[in-house]
Design a protein around this ligand. Structure first.
Ligand SMILES: [Zn+2]
Length: 259
């Protein structure tokens, strides 16, 4: 019971933090004369994040714990001491693993069905950081092992690894904003920043990118209905496979066509 109360407290604290952050960002956007928050979309983004986080929590509690224990038992079982630099190293290596996971989410359509929602908004703000999919278990169960399995294999404590993963996701929240321009040179050189994150694809300096348009080019979604936002790409994929009688659509690029 006590742990449930703790978990709820943490969830509500983060929820309150995100909502206050969005409110402040909207005020700054207005002051800077930039496009302000779209309320219906923001509400849809918040609902999508609650659904996503529930699916993600279930995945971690039910699957990752048990699987990591199995991988640990069959792994190197190194006796690694935890110093501050151990945590930094785990953070950096896991960030790279997350990068690979993210690349697959863009390049293979079975994973894109879950990730497209995050890119389908025409806006770029903290609300979009929360815009995630209930279908997250599709990539998590299939390719998500890359985020935790290497660490379990070495013998690292999986609760620590999971905590660092959540920390990484939390870091990614604040880089979804147009209110912050360029940060000091050394920081831009080392860290992912709002400026870097506003430009996708192979690295491009924002100052060389021209006008940046947000959203997706192929099969754009303009609905603020969470059900449509979450499921439209999955339904489209299933329809395409059925119509063409071609299962290869699953693992090819989202824009792929055999003709
Ligand atoms: Zn992405």
């Amino acid at each position: 019971m006590e742990s449930i109360v703790h978990a709820l407290l943490i969830i509500f604290s983060f929820g309150a933090f995100f909502i206050i952050a969005m409110w402040v960002e909207n005020k700054v956007l207005i002051r800077q004369g930039k496009e302000r928050y779209d309320l219906p979309e923001t509400l849809a983004n918040i609902v999508s994040s609650v659904l996503y986080k529930s699916a993600d929590a279930l995945y971690i509690i039910v699957f990752v714990g048990a699987m990591a224990a199995w991988v640990q038992a069959h792994g190197l079982q190194l006796n690694i001491e935890y110093h501050w630099y151990t945590y930094v190293l785990i953070f950096i290596v896991q960030d790279f693993c997350f990068y690979l996971f993210h690349v697959v989410a863009h390049k293979m359509r079975f994973a894109w069905v879950s990730h497209k929602i995050h890119h389908s908004s025409k806006h770029f703000n903290f609300g979009v950081a929360l815009r995630q999919s209930l279908l997250a278990p599709i990539p998590l169960f299939s390719i998500g092992f890359i985020i935790w399995a290497p660490f379990a294999f070495l013998g690292l404590d999986i609760a620590t690894v999971a905590f660092i993963y959540e920390l990484n996701l939390f870091y990614q929240f604040w880089i979804h904003t147009r209110t912050v321009e360029r940060l000091p040179k050394w920081f831009e050189a080392v860290f992912n920043t709002p400026s870097h994150h506003r430009v996708l694809g192979t690295f491009v300096d924002e100052r060389d990118a021209g006008e940046i348009l947000y959203g997706v080019k192929s099969r754009p979604v303009y609905s603020h209905n969470v059900f449509v936002m979450v499921f439209e790409e999955l339904f489209d994929l299933l329809k395409t496979i059925w119509r063409n009688k071609d299962i290869r659509y699953l693992w090819h690029h989202p824009d792929w066509s055999p003709k």
